[in-house]
Design a protein around this ligand. Structure first.
Ligand code: FES
Length: 294
């Protein structure tokens, strides 16, 4: 591992007198946590709103395009009474069943997205990178290196070895749950290149802007998922010597390659999954037109 000494610009301030947000640092240490806070707040608000809509997550264009929003994939049940819902034949188990309420507690809408988002949502929430980022941005714990903490959890630092944060160790199990999503989203990406002739019903290859948006989303989510620290540990990190198996070494290097840019994949893929939903939503509502490239 490469190491490089880093010196932080500092002013004199005794360590034992450092209150909340006080620091010896004179640089803009607050900038990145602030950007993170705003970015995560906007992304979480939009994705929660979109998941609760239950409509306009499917686009069947006049040219025969078929686009499904990634936050609704896979569609387990489709409520065909809703505008812009996926066709029943595209849902895994058909029409929304009568035994499954459409409202929880009488007022909280239950949508196809809410049936499946626990897996990718939990995966993101417990990601090692995101934990470091939102502990700083939302809890100020600490806001940045060598900056005073609010001390929400008392003076004794307990880390993630006790409740409630020990629950974050569930991340590796969320990893198992989300890997199938990458294959399902890949299928959706392939479907986005198959256009149905509205007159003859025949299928033909085509490319719309939506095809590229959906495909880019799948690539970004795969790059984020396959660079997961837990996956790297499972593949080879727990071994003293990984070079004894060429296949394991190759897989480990491959995951390590994605892992090197994990923060960047995390940021870009979060933006793009929201943008892909927005693109399909606006096309489905007739506000945007999907441009057919081929
Ligand atoms: S550590 Fe970020 S996805 Fe696993």
């Amino acid at each position: 591992m490469t190491r490089a000494p880093v010196s932080l610009p500092q002013v004199a301030l005794p360590d034992n007198q450092r209150g909340f947000l006080q620091t010896k640092r004179t640089d803009t240490w607050w900038l990145f946590p602030t950007i993170t806070l705003i970015y995560f707040a906007i992304a979480a608000t939009y994705l929660t709103w979109a998941a609760w809509q239950g409509e306009h997550y499917w686009y069947s264009g006049p040219g025969g395009a078929q686009y499904l929003s990634p936050i609704y994939s896979p569609v387990l049940f489709s409520d065909s009474t809703r505008a812009g819902a996926a066709p029943v034949e595209h849902s895994w188990f058909g029409e929304w069943p009568s035994w499954l309420p459409k409202l929880l507690l009488g007022f909280i809408p239950l949508t196809p997205a809410l049936l499946i988002l626990w897996a990718p949502g939990g995966f993101r929430l417990t990601c090692y990178y995101y934990r470091g980022a939102y502990y700083k941005a939302f809890w100020g714990d600490p806001p940045n290196c060598a900056v005073g903490e609010p001390g929400f959890r008392g003076t004794r630092f307990r880390g993630e070895r006790s409740l409630p944060l020990v629950i974050m160790n569930i991340h590796r199990y969320f990893l198992y749950a989300v890997i199938p999503f990458i294959f399902i989203l890949s299928y959706d990406a392939i479907i986005s290149f198959i256009f149905i002739d509205p007159e003859t019903g025949s299928h033909r290859f085509g490319i719309g802007v939506g095809s590229l948006v959906i495909t880019a989303n799948t690539v970004l989510l795969a790059s984020y998922t396959f660079g997961c620290h837990s996956l790297r540990h499972i593949i080879g990190g727990k071994k003293d010597c990984i070079a004894s198996s060429q296949a394991r070494l190759t897989a480990y290097n491959c995951v390590g390659c994605f892992n090197r840019w994990h923060m960047q994949w995390a940021w870009i893929s979060l933006f793009w999954v929201g943008f892909a939903d927005l693109y399909i939503r606006l096309c489905s509502m007739g506000i945007w037109s999907d441009w057919r490239i081929l």
